[in-house]
Design a protein around this ligand. Sequence first.
Ligand SMILES: [Zn+2]
Length: 177
Amino acid sequence: MTRSGYSDDCEYLELYRGAVRSALRGKRGQAFLREMITAMDAMPVKELAHGTLIPAPDRPEKCCAMGAVIRSRDEIDRAVNAKIDPGEPHEVARFLGIADSMAAEIASINDDGGPPGETPSERWARVRRWAERQLVATKCPRCRGTGVARPDDPRGDDACRKCGGKGLVSAEDAEYG
Ligand SMILES: [Zn+2]
């Protein structure tokens, strides 16, 4: 039993991977990934738990990557009251404001993406690396530089690392737009 609800149907899976990819690379998905990275970096104990969406008040460190976001948004109470079913990606996604496929993907990466016997701190490091890898390269309209904006850049998500200029756009958008 997995939280992601993924099936073994191949054709369906191919369509599904496309949906996951566009959700992750879209503006909302990228913003959430950055928020999740920042929330994970702010965890006092850098560990992630398997399958635990909502951190318990007495064990705030025991949660999954999306739980870290709920915690950093200070929405643990709201999440408890909303009675979200952690096994239902649609409910999790709606609560977090992301696509269903993205909530399922993050649950799958968090819970099932690691080797057997992975420790909570190894899980944290693995999910952190995964999240950073999902950030798409950006292009700066001022200096024409490319690169991934730093999730923790105090100048904002769209600040260029090279020249400090604002208004980075994803390299894909820059190519086609
Ligand atoms: Zn620049």
